[in-house]
Design a protein around this ligand. Structure first.
Ligand SMILES: Nc1nc2c(c(=O)[nH]1)N[C@H]1C(S)=C(S)[C@@H](COP(=O)(O)OP(=O)(O)OC[C@H]3O[C@@H](n4cnc5c(=O)[nH]c(N)nc54)[C@H](O)[C@@H]3O)O[C@H]1N2
Ligand SMILES: Nc1nc2c(c(=O)[nH]1)N[C@H]1C(S)=C(S)[C@@H](COP(=O)(O)OP(=O)(O)OC[C@H]3O[C@@H](n4cnc5c(=O)[nH]c(N)nc54)[C@H](O)[C@@H]3O)O[C@H]1N2
Ligand code: SF4
Ligand SMILES: [Mo]
Length: 789
């Protein structure tokens, strides 16, 4: 807990200690100092006294002032006056906006059923419990979904796999759950860290601050990096495993093969705390290193050496990322990698992979409010039929691809009548096959967008647009994971309201019983487990499948939001080896919270779902080996969406500083490949698949495999015309014209965004007569081949 004041005066500035989350976007929640004067934000600095980031900030946080004062921000509620796509709006009041929405929601609920309303949001910005609560408790719909994100392929495959295999989520130990951090006497620095499909120094994803890896490198940790690109970390690694995109499962199985066959595993942990080892041992025999080399393109010697290095280092940790999820084998890959830290005895030990829990259980994420739905309504969720894990009750999100096909199929199994899009810009970024999503969203009767800026999605399909406040414009909190952190409102902007405020005000109008709180602070107090008398337990409903009770309140034992704000952050107690101490299971017995109390290397439950209980490599749906004919036409393996410093997905494109550093979209290509195609460094090129094409600038990178290209995602151009056909140029450089929707893995999870096929050729005047914006908005898109569920 902090000893410093939370606010003080420094000359003419008021300085406030707070936490940054969104917007503008980030997954993380670093401690910072806001300098304000006359109600305006003047400067942002890192908070040296906050143990989380110890004063360090990324350029996106340092440049926040530009975001807050951007002339392109939304200022007040807007109602569409022209046709969709014309970008013509009328200013309306908040009351008028709410009245229109309430009227529409009531009519749709009555005439078509609440399930036809879909609540959508983007990735884990500061919105992960608010939109679910609105969708379940106010709209009464089970269809809360991560935009049209194909196969839920962002952390959810890893989350579902970890939940069934060992019931909790793991993360590389960086002493992040101790207030005294690396000085905690129990902490050990990992000897080796294996960074797998992750670029944490840029991305800081899922509550993991990338600089912690740098700290541990300074304290002596060595790296193994699994990545097709030579990242900053890969360049500093002992071993860089440059694999063919989408072959991670085979690689992990190859490493398990070496570790098991060379007897490098931890017998004690395997015998006492794991089940299914014999089955895994048998399965890995199918992955001898020489076979794995053929699949992954990683030399056998490097696979063997890296496996030995990882298994013999004590302790060793794995820090993994999105590339695991963005393959049809998302679940199996995660299972194989999780097996690596399990059989080497690195589970919840100092310097290994440790169990992450949200601070004081305050964060119930996507399931917040789910218990307001009756079991019958829960059954109706889109995607249950395609995803047995969802149906079983592992995650409460609906399935984006199934929402898409329901719209496309003219309303089967039932129609979609309204989209509530809060914090997502699907056609610019979130959804693959952006042109297909564009068409689908325009078929929906009524759409509301809540955002910071006028986005291409809003222009293309919204009927009402509501302006949201940025991070310093909201009273809020962060509990993903520890510590529990306060987000403090210090400024206002025009008529913008915080996401909490918008949800609360609309919720009160639609379903007052479920929204008894008078203020956002009251609501947060309830989330933190306070005000039990004022807002009784009755708000936690019990009618859930398998008698499971959904946790909706935290256990801060009386701490109020105001107290939290003044403390800035609070670290809950945290300890290692929780499975030995009976801290994981409901029956308080030692072990993991799985059916047999063990880490299930062989996942029993999958048998019932007709899913392979052991990891197995599956070729990506398009690859040199799965589709050799297609490979002749599209002879390059395409990975997409590797993050850059300046942008969070489609965001930050309005900020001149970011565009100065990174003005245009880039596709990384090996110079030899480029030269064969007559492409110079810096040339505009077309990237094309059988679904569509887009333009980016070729960037020569001589460390990428000549058979692979890596394209950026999220590009649109706020400086360009907003009305169609341009839509801020959203389709022109959009790699999601090229990627695919509805190509999911066997469980419905996973999508091949980082492993498809494409061809690349130089942009010429002749081949650019029709730009993608025109093709999509005026000519019905490309004659692309649609994948269907
Ligand atoms: N090809 C390809 N596509 C990808 C990926 C990839 O790797 N490759 N990655 C995928 C992944 S992992 C994800 S998670 C998705 C992410 O996709 P999304 O999370 O949907 O990201 P954006 O499309 O940038 O949309 C976010 C919108 O929210 C707004 N916003 C930001 N902060 C706030 C806030 O506090 N309140 C409100 N109301 N609005 C806010 C922003 O202005 C922006 O318009 O993209 C996916 N798309
Ligand atoms: N600056 C910034 N930060 C972000 C985001 C952002 O848009 N911008 N997005 C946020 C979101 S929603 C997410 S999910 C996280 C994602 O964060 P990360 O997990 O770090 O994801 P990426 O940068 O997409 O990819 C990580 C690495 O995977 C490599 N890679 C590509 N294909 C493969 C493959 O097939 N196998 C393997 N092993 N590696 C591969 C890429 O080269 C890249 O270096 O970042 C979050 N943080
Ligand atoms: S990770 Fe970077 S952008 Fe995100 S909160 Fe921390 S400093 Fe800010
Ligand atoms: Mo993501």
């Amino acid at each position: 807990m902090s000893n410093k004041e939370w606010q003080w005066q420094e000359g003419e500035y008021t300085v406030t200690r707070s936490t940054h989350w969104s917007g503008p976007g980030c997954h993380d929640g670093c401690g910072l100092l806001y300098y304000t004067k006359d109600g305006k934000l003047i400067k942002v600095e890192g908070d040296l006294d906050n143990p989380y980031n110890m004063g360090r900030l990324c350029m996106r946080c340092l440049n926040q002032v530009e975001a807050y004062h951007s002339p392109q921000r939304l200022k007040w509620p807007l109602k569409r006056v022209g046709e969709r796509g014309e970008n013509k709006w009328e200013r309306i009041s908040w009351d008028e906006a709410y009245d229109i929405i309430v009227e529409k929601v009531r009519t749709i609920q009555r005439e078509f059923g609440p399930e036809t309303i879909v609540g959508m949001e983007g990735t884990g910005r500061n919105i992960i419990w608010q939109v679910p609560y609105l969708t379940y408790a106010a709209f009464g719909s089970p269809n809360y979904v991560l935009g049209f994100l194909s196969g839920d392929s962002c952390y959810l495959p890893r989350a579902a796999q970890q939940a069934v295999m060992n019931s909790d989520f793991f993360v590389c130990d960086c002493a992040q759950f101790f207030e005294e951090r690396y000085d905690n006497p129990e902490f050990k620095n990992p000897e080796v860290i294996m960074i797998w499909g992750n670029n944490p120094v840029i991305t800081n994803g899922d509550g993991f601050f990338g600089h912690w890896i740098v700290d541990e490198m300074r304290m002596g940790a060595k790296l193994i990096v699994v990545d097709p690109r030579l990242t900053w970390l890969a360049a500093r690694a002992e071993y860089w495993l440059q694999l063919r995109p989408g072959t991670d499962c085979a690689l992990a199985m190859g490493m398990l093969n070496v570790i098991i066959n060379e007897d490098l595993y931890d017998h004690d942990f395997v015998e006492n705390w794991c089940s299914g080892f014999e089955e895994l041992e048998e399965r890995v025999q199918e992955y001898p290193p020489e076979e794995v080399e053929k699949i992954t393109w990683v030399p056998k010697e490097i696979i063997e050496a890296a496996a030995r290095r990882y298994a013999t280092a004590k302790p060793a940790a794995i820090q993994w990322g999105l590339a695991i999820d963005q393959q049809v084998t998302g679940i199996a890959t995660a299972q194989a990698v999780n097996s690596l830290w399990a059989i080497t005895g690195n589970t919840d030990v100092p310097g290994g992979n440790i169990i992450a829990k949200s601070g004081y259980n305050v964060d119930d994420g996507y399931s917040c409010g789910y218990s307001w739905l009756t079991p019958e309504m829960q059954e109706k969720r889109f995607g249950n039929e395609n995803n047995p894990l969802k149906k079983y009750g592992l995650a409460s999100t609906a399935h984006g691809d199934s929402v898409l096909t329901a719209i496309e199929n003219g309303g089967h199994p039932y129609p979609v009548k309204m989209l509530w899009l809060q914090t997502t810009n699907p056609i610019a970024n979130m959804a693959s096959e952006a042109p297909r999503i564009y068409e689908a969203m325009r078929k929906v009767d009524f759409n509301v967008v809540v955002d910071l800026f006028m986005t291409p999605t809003a222009v293309a399909c919204a009927d009402i647009v509501l302006p949201a406040g940025m991070s310093a414009e909201r009273d809020s909190f962060r509990a993903w994971f520890a510590p529990l952190r306060a987000i403090t409102k210090i400024v206002d902007y025009e008529e913008c309201k915080s996401d909490e405020q918008i949800v609360l005000e609309l919720g009160k109008r639609l379903h007052p019983e479920a929204f008894p709180w008078e203020t956002v602070q009251d609501w947060i107090n309830w989330k933190m487990g306070n005000d039990k008398e004022k807002y009784p337990e009755a708000l936690v409903r019990e009618w859930t499948p398998e008698g499971k009770k959904y946790r909706e309140r935290g256990n801060t034992q009386g701490m109020t939001y105001t107290e939290l704000k003044e403390k800035v952050y609070v670290y809950p107690e945290w300890e290692y080896r929780k499975y030995e101490k009976g801290l994981l299971r409901r029956d308080r017995q030692p072990g993991f919270n799985t059916a047999d109390g063990k880490v299930q290397l062989y996942i029993d439950l999958f048998e019932a779902f007709d899913v392979d209980p052991l990891p197995a490599h599956l070729e990506p749906p398009e690859s040199p080996y799965s589709t050799p004919e297609l490979y002749k036409e599209y002879p390059l393996v395409l990975t997409s969406g590797a993050r850059s410093w300046e942008f969070f997905h489609s965001e930050h494109r309005q900020q001149p500083t970011m565009r100065m550093f990174h003005p245009q979209p880039l596709v990384e290509i090996h110079p030899e490949t480029a030269q064969k195609l007559g492409i110079n460094d810096g040339d505009w090129v077309w990237i094309e698949s059988k679904r569509g094409r887009c333009q980016q600038i070729a960037k020569y990178v001589d460390t990428i495999d000549p058979r692979v290209v890596s394209a950026e995602h999220g590009w649109w151009f706020p400086e360009k015309e907003g009305a169609e056909p341009s839509l801020f140029g959203v389709f022109d450089s959009n790699i999601n014209n090229v990627t695919s929707q509805c190509q999911n893995g066997p469980t419905g999870y996973g999508a091949p965004n980082k492993n498809l096929l494409c061809r690349v050729y130089k942009v010429t005047e002749e081949n650019s007569q029709v730009m993608p914006g025109e093709q999509v908005t005026r000519r019905g898109g490309w004659d692309y081949v649609r994948a269907t569920l």
